[in-house]
Design a protein around this ligand. Structure first.
Ligand code: DAH
Length: 348
């Protein structure tokens, strides 16, 4: 057998082996054994030195062509195996994109937070600052600075949880009034603030009482503040929460830290003032307390009551939410029942 025949035979054998190959490892083995340094083709080429000068290039060309052909066959087979492998993999991993997806559950802001957010937005728009105060408060700020000295009878309405004799869970957000007034630099302009937060009372929990609930305090101190400023501001709150057409009405009341004091009613949003079960057939719903800041409160906080005056109000977001959405038990807000809370989702 001459060299050419030997090469041709190697080629046929090689091609047959490649055709049979089933995986990439086999392809690699064939490549090494056929074309590697110790492979038959290299071997044959090594025998070329015994050929005549005339024959050498021809055999060389022939050998190179065979090497190229085998290399190509190996590459083609490799591609083929890879395609099959991928097809098998894809078949195994098929997903049915027409199946309905699993809905993603997202939470929503608590309804009380939503009401507070609405009020904050309204007041920030009018240049008020939103101030935080401590929930564990001193008797000094919770009562004394608000014109409720020790043994004042009005303290009875706000019994609470005492930490020590002089430290308690605040019963109202009003102490933030005193804290803010003390710090305010009036040479820089008027004081306009609201303060939302939690308050505590030693109440027996029932449908309308909870030992912990929320308030938003409001306070404006400037020169020439009148009851008309207070009324306009409260009107805005009523309309923001209960609707554009709401009217308010002020009834005389008593709070130790305001004089005069008023109880504020809003015209019933359910019956528009005609009378229904929501407004107990009066056409009006009581929503908050307010008044003109008592001179004693100003003086105790270091504000000259001959120069400055102001108004204050305190409202309950829990009560607002109960009225607005017809929730008949305040405890619902604090049970953390998703079925209740998700009714107030703001989505869509
Ligand atoms: N702090 C009062 C309460 O809890 C509510 C209140 C009434 C606040 C009148 C005020 C106000 O600022 O002027 O019952």
């Amino acid at each position: 057998m001459n060299l050419k025949e030997k090469l041709a035979e190697q080629k046929e054998q090689g091609l047959a082996e490649i055709k049979e190959a089933k995986d990439l490892k086999k392809i690699n083995d064939i490549r090494v054994s056929l074309l590697g340094k110790k492979g038959p083709i290299t071997e044959v080429l090594r025998g070329m030195r015994d050929l005549s000068a005339e024959e050498r290039p021809k055999v060389g060309q022939f050998a190179n062509a065979i090497r190229d052909e085998l290399t190509q066959a190996l590459a083609d087979k490799k591609d083929e195996i890879e395609v099959i492998k991928m097809a098998k993999k894809l078949e195994k991993e098929t997903i049915d994109v027409t199946l309905p997806g699993v809905p993603v559950t997202t939470g929503n802001t608590h309804i009380i937070t939503q009401i507070i957010d609405q009020i904050e937005k309204l007041f920030l728009g009018m240049g008020f600052q939103v101030v935080d105060g401590p929930e564990v408060e001193e008797d000094h700020y919770n009562f004394e600075m608000l014109n409720l000295p020790q043994d004042h009878p009005a303290r009875d309405m706000q019994d609470t949880f005492y930490i020590t004799e002089k430290i308690l869970m605040r019963t109202q957000t009003s102490p933030v009034q005193a804290r803010t007034m003390e710090k305010h630099d009036f040479s820089k302009g008027p004081l306009k603030m609201i303060s939302p937060g939690k308050v505590y009372r030693r109440d027996t929990d029932d449908a309308t009482h909870s030992h912990q609930f929320h308030q938003v305090e409001g306070l404006v101190i400037d020169k020439h503040i009148t009851m008309a400023d207070l009324k306009g501001t409260l009107q805005l709150i009523a309309r923001t929460i209960f609707g554009e057409d709401r009217e308010i009405r002020m009834r005389p009341s008593y709070f130790p830290f305001t004089e005069p004091s008023a109880e504020i009613d809003v015209s019933c949003f359910k019956c528009n003032g005609k009378g229904c079960s929501v407004c107990k057939y009066t056409g009006w719903i009581e929503v908050l307390g307010a008044g003109i800041v008592h001179p004693n409160v100003l003086e105790m906080a270091g504000v000259d009551s001959n120069v400055y005056g102001g108004f204050a109000f305190g409202l309950g977001p829990d009560r607002f939410a109960m009225l607005k959405y017809g929730v008949d038990d305040i405890r619902e807000f604090y049970l953390n029942d998703v079925r209740f809370l998700s009714q107030f989702s703001q989505k869509g």
